[in-house]
Design a protein around this ligand. Structure first.
Ligand SMILES: C[S@@+](CC[C@H](N)C(=O)[O-])C[C@H]1O[C@@H](n2cnc3c(N)ncnc32)[C@H](O)[C@@H]1O
Length: 353
């Protein structure tokens, strides 16, 4: 028989009062059943999971009505999807607070500096910190999946095999993934902690897993994560974005990504690079396999050879300019080299000088 818990046991387990549990029941958020004999409430393990979720949301000051909405949603979703949602909520909040903290730190330093300068131009400088923070917050939170990867997830592997699209960007797909993998692991032991961003259906991750690497895959698409989980049940997957990587500073030795970075505009790419460098350990390595141009001149040369529809396909996304990537990484004292796979596919490998 399914294990049952009394309201007192539940209260003790979560360090809350029984009144709080009754309140959530009154609000229609929890639905404990009643014992046929004594009519006492009892809670199942599923009720405990729901209560855990409610407490996390309340800790984040989410209004009770919104919590109810999310919990109504819970009934329909599978449990992993629900945890992915919680994970995203918490990560968004962490990133928001870090932004505020960084901004405050800059403001405080400015006040110290300005005291020495008799306060000249102080308010202008402080306002510019607030403005920069707001700007960064907007960019980090306004990225949208215009391509609808959730809808593409089930058929993604077949599309790659068929090399869909006029440009034939997937014609060397396996070679791109193989090269990215080999460049990433070159001289690196399997003890390295690996992050893959835009893991998709897990095709690159599979290469790391089968060699015994400790890899976590993040992706902004729940459906891609669901497909990857079906293919590779032991792969650790999390909802996550380039612009708000859901991990702390200096967590990974290797960061890899294929065919994902070109969904970011240039200003987003710079923030994503800052994020990757933040979570990368000292002497770590970043390997990106993606659609790129070496520089503006090469881009013009390639554009001049393409038909109108092919150009439209490129312009729907944001292929990287390797020159710009090199310049951005150099600000973090990191050196970039690249390997050309074909006209549009490149692997870039980035390491500390
Ligand atoms: C074309 S698929 C590539 C999937 C896989 N990496 C591969 O090589 O087959 C792009 C993947 O990147 C993910 N993606 C796109 N933009 C992203 C972002 N800003 N943050 C995280 N994932 C992103 C998409 O959801 C999708 O799964």
């Amino acid at each position: 028989m399914e294990k049952r818990y009394t309201i007192h046991e539940v209260a003790q387990m979560f360090h809350i009062t029984t009144n709080k549990i009754r309140f959530y029941e009154k609000k229609g958020i929890l639905h404990p059943q009643r014992d046929m004999e004594n009519n006492y409430r009892y809670f199942t393990e599923d009720d405990l999971l729901k209560l855990q979720a409610v407490l996390v949301y309340r800790m984040m000051n989410i209004p009770i009505e919104d919590v109810k909405d999310m919990m109504d949603h819970y009934e329909r979703e599978n449990i992993l999807n629900h945890f992915h949602g919680q994970w995203k909520c918490i990560n968004d909040e962490i990133h928001r607070l870090h932004l505020i903290q960084d901004c405050l730190e800059g403001m405080m330093d400015t006040v110290y500096d300005c005291t020495v300068l008799n306060g000249n131009g102080l308010s202008g400088k402080l306002l510019s910190f607030a403005h920069n923070m707001e700007n960064l917050y907007q960019i980090k939170n306004n990225w949208k999946d215009r391509w609808n990867f959730d809808d593409w997830a089930q058929s993604y592997d077949a599309s790659v095999q068929k090399n869909v699209g006029r440009l034939g960007i997937y014609k060397n797909y396996e070679q791109v993934l193989d090269t990215a993998y080999h460049e990433a692991v070159k001289d690196k032991s399997t003890h390295q902690k690996v992050l893959e961003i835009g893991v998709g259906t897990g095709n690159l991750a599979k290469r790391f897993l089968s060699s015994g690497y400790d890899l976590i895959g993040i992706d902004q698409s729940r459906e891609m994560l669901n497909v990857a989980k079906k293919k590779l049940p032991h792969l650790r997957l999390r909802l996550g974005e380039f612009l708000k990587i859901p991990y702390g500073n200096n967590t990974f030795d290797l960061i890899v990504s294929t065919y994902a970075f070109h969904h970011l505009r240039d200003e987003e790419k710079r923030i994503a690079i800052n994020e990757m460098v933040r979570v990368l350990r000292k002497n770590g390595r970043i390997v990106l396999g993606d659609l790129m141009f070496e520089n503006d001149i090469k881009k013009e040369e390639i554009y001049s050879t393409l038909a109108h529809e092919e150009l439209a396909e490129i312009e729907d996304e944001y292929y990287s300019n390797i020159h710009m990537l090199r310049e951005t990484f150099s600000r973090y004292d990191m050196h970039l080299r690249f390997i050309k796979i074909d006209t549009l596919n490149y692997i870039v490998v980035v390491e500390s000088f």
